[in-house]
Design a binder for this molecule. Sequence first.
Ligand code: FAD
Length: 576
Amino acid sequence: MENEPERTSGAGVRADISVGTGADIADDEQAGSAADIDVVVIGAGIGGLYAVHRFRTDGLTVQAFEAADGVGGTWYHNRYPGARCDVESVDYSYSFADELQQEWDWSERYATQPEILEYLNHVADRFDLRRSIEFGTRVTAAHFDEATDLWNVTIEAARTDGAARGRRLTCRHCVFATGSLSVANFPEIPGLGDFTGRVLHTAQWPHETVDFTGLRVGVIGTGSSGIQLVPEVAREAASVTVFQRTPNYSIPAANRPIDDVERREQKATYGERRRKSRLSGGGSPFIPHEKNTLEVDAAERERVYEHSWNLGGVLFSKAFPDQMRDEHANQLAREFAERKIRSVIADQSVADHLIPTDHPIGTKRIVTDSGYFQTYNLDHVELVNLRRTPIDRITADGPVTVGGGDEAARLHELDVLIFATGFDAVTGAMDAIDTRGRDHRSLSAAWSDGVRSYLGLMVAGFPNLFLVNGPGSPGVLANMVLASEHHVDWIADTIGQLRSDGRRSIEPDENAQDDWMAECARLADQTLFPRADSWYLGANIPGKPRVFMLYPGGFGNYRKVVQELTDAGYEGFALR
Ligand code: FAD
């Protein structure tokens, strides 16, 4: 099924530019106000692929660069066993072409990573997107030239010894479709380099099957990836040791195959499904109960929780409309979840470690699992609570945990150590590019006290630089396929407007940006989200400024706000 595309050299690019020709920076000092290309897109995941399609359809010249050797982004990189979407496949798919919706058959309610990657390769082929993408190529810098209003983009081979020289091209517009979860986070643990076993990271998983049969496997991290992975590894491994720093809420996926009858029904009602999704808080066609938690009696509450629980996964956080705002409401939902989780764990002292007590339910992404908690009923699966007995160092044979309570210091001998430790989320990939706007000011400097953007789409001082699912947009709080389509459509419409008005650039006003970030903070403060040390706040990355990085007002409301500001003549933006 793996569909590794051949590396292209940007065959869709105008012949006179240097991309793919091997020209280096020294040979390529182009100046003047004519751009090599209209739009450079960085990344060929769900957002970048649609961007290439939409901009080309609008008659723009487009060049995309992708560090990986194939399309798919998240679904190219995260090949670990158990990887699945947690928004239903039928909703977690493009809406821009009805013929695509009608011809693609999802096999399960929540598709596996191979099936999603196959779908994205199908999209790339069907819309002939590969000819505009250069694979194995990383964008390392993007500098704005105030004299020409163009971006100078520097690209390098993604896998080099650091000696390779960059190539450069100019573009009028630059689109960062670099992904919210695309920079893997490796915690610094002393001695990791000494470990003689195999080290893996869920977000950089090898392409070949990893056989765990007979091996002693350790997994560090119990977020989404770890929780999806552990039951799969436990099926093969001789032993599994799960190192947990923070327990997370996880809810059964209620996954099942989609049969022909259901598929026909879904395809016949796609229009309505999408309409509801675009109006909803999370970008899928589900709405909470019409009443608040305490406006119904205990029996009705139990019925609603049970229904939401059976819908599966993240949908539980939408049981009642006040669940993410009201502490008491959240506590009742939390207690229901705790009862459910305890009921499938044989040893209640293990359950005590597995059930979170440090954050309201839903303030960290609720994981969608397939038999995670039951895995701890197996004799060969052990939980190590790092809050009690942290890892002191890693030795040649495995991690050593310090003693704590009645537990002695201990060496955990392993053959394989898997990091399921997540990402430098939302901003990691954007920050990694040396991006300079007006006055040569860097994006990292602009974000040094916390991320700032206007609508999650643009940053003041960085004209014609567009973000897909940037900080300050609903991003990872929504169905990211529809969220990406929304951003790309706005960017394409905006570029079209600039061109038809004979303008060269657009950028947000500082004041509008300040007001937007204040609005995001105000809305976040009305929720329970800031109560959790989550990656939504950057809490998993040492030194990252703590800012709630997303717009928590709901996908439907966000779309409405963006539309109103745009209709009001791009309020908050300066167009030149
Ligand atoms: P990505 O898919 O991350 O693609 C970005 C691409 O940009 C990457 O391929 C990267 O290599 C490339 N790139 C980055 N920087 C550079 C550079 N400087 N130069 C060149 N290339 C670069 N979201 C949901 O809404 N529902 C789900 O069910 C869901 N499940 C998920 C499951 C997992 C295991 C993970 C990790 C994430 C999941 N997500 C889910 C979030 C997911 O990231 C998004 O849904 C979506 O795939 C993001 O698409 P994207 O194009 O924005 O970014």
